[in-house]
Design a protein around this ligand. Structure first.
Ligand SMILES: [Ca+2]
Ligand SMILES: [Ca+2]
Ligand SMILES: [Ca+2]
Length: 149
């Protein structure tokens, strides 16, 4: 019940301005908690780097429910992000807008190539968990506007 009232308050305060980028979580996890959680699952072999195949495994294969076509649509993404990481729907939708970098309504390897390039801050061709974390924090905390082509 408390959660419901809290969410209602967030909706009332922010809903009218559609601040969908304001982080909120069904289980009251903080942004830092969720980010660390994503990174823990992403760096599967725990070597401190996030490889291309690890990103594909986490952001495509684990979301790819129906149909299995290695393309993630809006509903597949939002459904799993909400159910797994427990962020509320409007925030999962905000993340989706930034994941579908070319705005063709599917998340696939083309989007991930752009995302990986964006994450690799020092341009050395490797994404460290630290670089990944900075990218996530930027999304979770800085209310990024979607870049339209
Ligand atoms: Ca790794
Ligand atoms: Ca896309
Ligand atoms: Ca790098």
């Amino acid at each position: 019940m408390k959660i419901f009232i809290f969410l209602l308050a967030v909706t009332v305060v922010y809903g009218q301005h559609s601040h969908s980028c304001v982080h909120s979580n069904h289980d009251m996890h903080t942004a830092d908690h969720v980010i660390d959680w994503v990174i823990r699952e992403m760096d599967h072999n725990q070597d401190g780097n996030v490889s291309d195949s690890e990103i594909i495994a986490e952001f495509i294969i684990s979301f790819d429910t129906h149909p299995h076509d290695l393309k993630i649509d809006h509903d597949e993404f939002v459904h799993r992000w909400q159910n797994h990481y427990r962020d509320v729907r409007h925030f999962a939708e905000y993340l989706w807008l930034h994941m579908d970098t070319n705005h063709d309504h599917v998340l696939d390897s083309g989007d991930l190539t752009a995302i990986i390039r964006d994450m690799d801050g020092d341009l050395d061709g490797t994404v460290t968990t630290h670089e990944f974390k900075l990218w996530m924090e930027d999304l979770y905390k800085n209310c990024k506007t979607v870049q339209r082509p």
